[in-house]
Structure formats: C-alpha cells, structure tokens
Design a protein around this ligand. Structure first.
Ligand code: AMP
Ligand code: MG
Length: 329
C-alpha cells in the first residue's frame, strides 16, 4: 500500500491506478471511499473482498460532473436533473434505473444504480483524470466505523488496498443521503449529509423509511452497522444525568451540548466526557461523530455511551448511525 498526497503528480498516479483496475482510497466530503473502476469486474470483486462486504450490499458510483450521469443511469426520471443541479457536487446519492452496461456486481443485481458527485475537488479531479465512473463504498471493513481520516483507513484496510490518497479530515464526516428516485413518491433510504428538510422543498411528498423499515427495504442497510468494537449504549437527548445509566468503570460518553457535558461530568459516572458540539450544532456533531468513536474505540475505555440528537437537520443522520452502531442482533 502506498500513501499519496494531493499533489498534481500524485493525483495522476491515483487516476491511472483506478483506470488500470487497482484499488485507490480517495477522500470525499462525507467519508473516505474505496474506489474502483466501475467497468473493471475484477476491481469491483476486490472491493467486496477487501471490505468483507456481502454481495447484496450495492456500491455508490461516483462521477466527476453531472453530465457523466447519463452514461450509467436513466436521467429521464422526475426530479433527477433538478436535484443534481441544486445539490451536486454534494452529499446526495440518487438511486436511478441503471443503464444496461453497468455491472450487476456494483448494483447487487438490482435494476437501479446509486450515483453521486462528491463535493471534494481532489475526489472529482481523480475521477475526471481516470476517465471512468468510480464505484466507491466507505473505506472500512464491513459493519465497522466509517473512516474520516486517512489514518483510520491505514489502520483498518491498509494491507488490502493499493493506494490511499491522504486528503486530510473529511469536512462533513457522515455518509451521503440516499434517495430512491426509481419509485413514486421518492424515498429516502438512508438519512445522511443532506438534510431531508432541504429535499422536501423540492419533493413535497418525499418519504423517509422508518428505522425498522430501513433494514428491511433498503439494500445493505442492516440493523447493525457503523459499529465500534466496544459496546455502545444510547441515552435519550438531554437525559445524561437522569437515573438509569449504569456504565461500567472507566467508560466514556459522547454528549451533545455544553449543558449535557457539564451534567455528565457532574455525575462522575464517566471517566471521559467528549462533546460532539458544545453549541448544539448537528452539522458539527456529524463532522466529529466517527472521529470521536474511533478515538474512544482505540483507547482503553470499557464502554462507549452516546447521547442522541434532536431528530432534525443532520441529527437524523447522526442518530441513524448511533442506533445502528449500538444494535445488538
Ligand atoms: P456506502 O457506500 O458504504 O456508504 O453504502 C452505500 C449504500 O447505498 C448501500 O449500503 C445501500 O444502502 C445504498 N445503495 C447503493 N446502491 C443502491 C441501489 N441500487 N438501490 C438502493 N440502495 C442503494
Ligand atoms: Mg459504508
């Protein structure tokens, strides 16, 4: 595995490697992606193998510009082009009817394909120079915490990929919102970096899957996902100091907001209190969620506890990750 910078020459190296069918980890604004040439079946197979990802979990295809969407998907679907114009580049993945030539390995045999144009100039430049659409799931072993720094990828997948482009910390830190436009009305299959409230301005009858529906109806959205190795327990918003939580000795807690962190410290129940956003900003909380979980998972705390966010803005995406990360099947 070779670590690349974002220099012009290294971007060329990364792009050529993808084009040739090698596995290249690229930074995006959401999380790091494990990139492969969509037209190279061997490379796609290696993505599933490296992640130990089940073959029923389809990949998101990344493109450099909206104009490249028509090569892989039917864009003649209500809202598709308008949403692309409004939210791309950005954390919105659209599920659209696929073009015949898109390999079924990438779509897990579905007649649809998930497409996104990332809001990260390094990612877009690598894709553009590679000359091919880039299939890229999050660059973590299946089921584990998503990577928001190159170091996370090196620690988790280092030996299994060919190149890692170090683009620093991912600005958004949480995965894209996945919107299925192949059904009417459109359905949000996974809450993510683009708040559903913004989508609802354009699609008033948009529907979001409930938590229990999500693992049944959204391909790959298993009830347990995004999980640290340690046990994770959740606390309702604002209730960190209420009677109830009995953390094991030397446990840590992620709080949302100054008031909660203050109360959590006062209880003396936790050895470490981290605040996802002292000012209660869900965007800030989303940007540090995986980073803080990686940190707590790698240090010697016994359990991780986390306070849920209000269900609005990116709070929906953060809570979705927390619920799935804490699920014990
Ligand atoms: P990841 O790239 O790891 O963030 O996960 C991609 C997720 O996008 C998958 O787990 C699916 O839930 C969703 N997805 C990808 N392709 C499709 C598709 N054709 N239909 C529905 N959901 C999809
Ligand atoms: Mg993932």
């Amino acid at each position: 595995m070779i670590i690349l910078s974002t220099s012009d020459q290294d971007l060329d190296t990364a792009a050529q490697a993808i084009q040739k069918g090698l596995l290249v980890v690229i930074p995006t604004e959401t999380v790091y992606g494990l990139g492969a040439n969509l037209w190279n079946r061997h490379a796609l197979a290696r993505v599933f193998e490296a992640k130990k990802r089940p073959s029923f979990d389809p990949l998101i295809v990344h493109i450099a510009k909206t104009g490249d969407m028509a090569e892989i998907a039917d864009t003649n679907v209500p809202h598709a082009l308008l949403l692309a114009e409004r939210f791309w580049p950005g954390p919105l993945t659209m599920v659209l009817p696929k073009k015949e030539k898109v390999p079924e390995l990438a779509t897990s045999g579905l007649p649809t394909v998930a497409v996104r144009c990332p809001d990260n100039s390094v990612a877009r430049e690598i894709i553009r120079r590679s000359g091919v659409p880039v299939a890229a799931p999050s660059a973590n072993p299946f089921g584990y915490l998503s990577p928001t720094r190159a170091e996370h990828v090196i620690a988790q997948l280092g030996g299994k990929v060919d190149f890692i482009v170090d683009g620093g910390r991912c600005k958004l830190g949480v995965e894209s919102t996945v919107l299925d436009l192949s059904v009417s009305p459109p359905v949000v299959l996974r809450p993510g970096g683009l708040p559903i409230e913004l989508l609802a301005e354009i699609i008033p009858d948009i529907r979001a899957l409930s938590r229990s529906e999500s693992s049944l109806k959204a391909p790959g959205q298993l009830p347990s996902h995004y999980a640290p190795r340690k046990a994770l327990y959740l606390i309702p918003q604002g209730l960190v100091s209420e009677a109830g939580p009995r953390p094991a000795a030397n446990s840590a807690i992620l709080c949302f907001g100054q008031e909660s962190s203050y109360k959590a410290k006062q209880t003396g129940l936790w050895a470490k209190v981290l605040d996802m956003s002292p000012g209660m900003d869900s965007v800030e909380a989303a940007s540090v969620l995986f980073e803080y979980m990686h940190e707590l998972d790698s240090q010697d705390y016994t359990e991780i506890w986390a306070e849920l966010l209000p269900e609005k803005g990116l709070g929906m995406a953060v809570n979705d990750r927390l619920y799935k990360a804490s699920f014990k099947g």
